[in-house]
Every structure is written in C-alpha cells, then in structure tokens.
Design a protein around this ligand. Structure first.
Ligand SMILES: [Zn+2]
Length: 202
C-alpha cells in the first residue's frame, strides 16, 4: 500500500473531525502508522500539518494546534465563527473590556467578540484574530474597518487638542497622521480638523 505523508496526516484529521488537536498527538500517530505501512520513518510531520493548513484544509487554532472541519475546505472564502471556548478566551485576554473605549458590561455596554481581520476578508477564527468590542464600536468597525475607525477617532482627538491647545497631543497626532499618509492608508478621510480644512480651502 502506498500513501503519502500528506495523505496520512489528512487521514488523521479526517478521523478526528471538529476537534482542536495539538501537534504532538498527530506526530505520535502518523509516525508509527507511516512506519507500519511503508517501513520508513516519517521525518517532519509538523511541516505536513502546516502545509495542509496553508492549502486551506485545516483551521489553525493557535501555533501547534489545528482543527479539521468537514466541508470547511470546500468553501472558496472560508468564513469562520469563533467557538464558544474561543470567545471565552478572547474575552478573558481582553479583560472583558471594549478594546477601543475600555467600557465593561458593568458600565452597561454589551460586549462582542470581533474578527480583527473580518471574515469577509478571509480573517480566521483564531485567538490572535479576536478582539473585544462594545456594540457601538463593533458597529463603527463593521462600517469603517479597523484603520478607518481609528483614523476617525484620531480626528476627533485632533479637533479636541486644537480646542484645548494641547501641543503635546497635536505633535503626537501629526506624527500618527503622517504615518497614515506615508503608507496611503485611508487617504479618502481628510484628517485635518474642520477649521483647518476651511482655512486650506481659502
Ligand atoms: Zn467601545
């Protein structure tokens, strides 16, 4: 019987669907199975796992932990929701606070677990791609995206700093906005405060 290393690793995941699997568990099984079938050692099972992941066949939960979900690979743009366990972990890591305003449920806001890179843009359901947001900031981000939301918030800060004559804050914000401009990020949003925009139009 001939079987490739990749086929064997995939077979392991197919036999263990819908479960977060740590790589050592895979390594033990595939190395002994490969030896039994082919009589040859299996040298780098980790690499085969990462390769299956890069082909979109596995979901990466975190480094060294992957999951196989039947039908997942068939989707051209994989859309993933967080599991209840992932949501709990993201909430915990985020200190049960909105990442933008810092409010908590005891302040009366509803907290959501958000994909930093949205699902529609291929963002995966990984702990790294999760953040806690209140309803208001979740909606803001849904409409505008992460960088755009931040730019709009910086603009509010800018107007406030002009009002308060806060030189230190203005200096900081000028630097931040210069970075946005330099990288051409969200250049459709004019970040200068309204009074300055009016001045420049005259
Ligand atoms: Zn918020």
């Amino acid at each position: 019987m001939r079987i490739s290393q990749a086929q064997l690793v995939l077979q392991f995941f197919e036999n263990n669907p819908n479960r977060d699997i740590e790589t050592p568990e895979i390594v033990d099984w595939v190395t002994s199975e490969y030896l039994r079938i082919t009589g040859k050692p299996f040298r780098d099972p980790d690499r085969q796992v990462r390769s299956l992941y890069s082909q979109g066949k596995l979901i990466k939960i975190r480094n060294g932990c992957y999951r196989y979900e039947p039908g997942y690979a068939a989707k051209s743009v994989p859309e993933e929701d967080f599991t209840a366990a992932q949501k709990a972990e993201i909430l915990n890591l985020g200190g049960y606070r909105c990442a933008m305003c810092g409010l908590t449920e005891s302040d009366g806001v509803e907290l959501h677990v958000d994909h930093i890179v949205p699902k529609s843009k291929g963002g995966r359901a990984t702990i790294k791609n999760g953040q806690v947001l209140c309803s208001q900031h979740n909606n803001l981000k849904k409409n505008y995206g992460q960088t755009e939301t931040c730019k709009r918030m910086y603009r509010v800060l800018y107007e406030q700093a002009v009002e308060l004559n806060d030189e230190k804050m203005l200096e900081f914000l000028n630097d931040v906005m210069e970075v946005y401009d330099r990288h051409g990020i969200n250049s459709h949003i004019d970040w200068r405060p309204i009074n300055q925009r009016e001045r420049s139009m005259k």
